[in-house]
Write a protein that binds this ligand. Structure first.
Ligand code: SF4
Ligand code: SF4
Length: 178
């Protein structure tokens, strides 16, 4: 995650226009986990429902984030530091007035459609654990050996999934990652 939006009215307007339609930085599409910062109160965040874990000598909370309600952050007033400061590339460009909000929203809508397609295929292929980030569910499917003598529809779904993941990864890299 990158240091992000200034607390200006235009930044708040950009967040309001884009983020409720997206949620990628909360729902396990962009990240598997987020590091806690010095100013974060780990005990309080745990009490609020975040799933904390140790990682490389630091603490992080896992994504998909239990604080995300599908559109908004349920613990907005008490959200961790990284959540307060993060802005994806798309949001940064809108705040900097390099990109019109309507164009950014079209990018969000297109990426959300592809992410939804990936999620549907992942579920159809048996990875139904919604507490895992999307890329980990995909990796679990791809770790399973291919059975060319087995159900053809499974092979077909796997190749559709690979294509959809490729599309999603390209969109995320181009529009959202910094
Ligand atoms: S990925 Fe960007 S647009 Fe999407 S919710 Fe996060 S900050 Fe907002
Ligand atoms: S605490 Fe809120 S802003 Fe941070 S990842 Fe969770 S839902 Fe998103």
């Amino acid at each position: 995650m990158k240091t992000g939006p200034p607390n200006s009215p235009s930044a708040a307007a950009a967040v309001a226009a884009l983020c409720p339609a997206c949620g990628f930085c909360c729902n396990g599409v962009l990240f598997a986990d987020v590091e806690l910062q010095r100013s974060d109160d780990a005990a309080r965040l745990r009490a609020l429902g975040l799933r904390l874990a140790a990682k490389g000598g630091k603490q992080c909370f896992r994504q998909p984030c239990p604080g995300f309600d599908g559109r908004l952050c349920r613990l907005y007033a008490e959200r961790p530091e990284r959540c307060r400061t993060f802005a994806c590339r798309l949001l940064q460009r809108v705040i900097a007035e390099e990109l019109a909000p309507a164009a950014a929203l079209r990018s969000v809508t297109a990426a959300a459609r592809v992410a939804g397609r990936v999620r549907d295929l992942v579920r159809a292929l048996g990875e139904t654990d919604e507490t895992l980030p999307l890329h980990r569910r995909y990796a679990r499917i791809m770790a399973q050996p291919l059975d060319f003598a087995g159900d053809e529809s499974v092979l077909e779904q796997r190749s559709k999934l690979m294509l959809a993941v490729d599309r999603l990864a390209k969109r995320l890299a181009r529009d959202f990652l910094t």
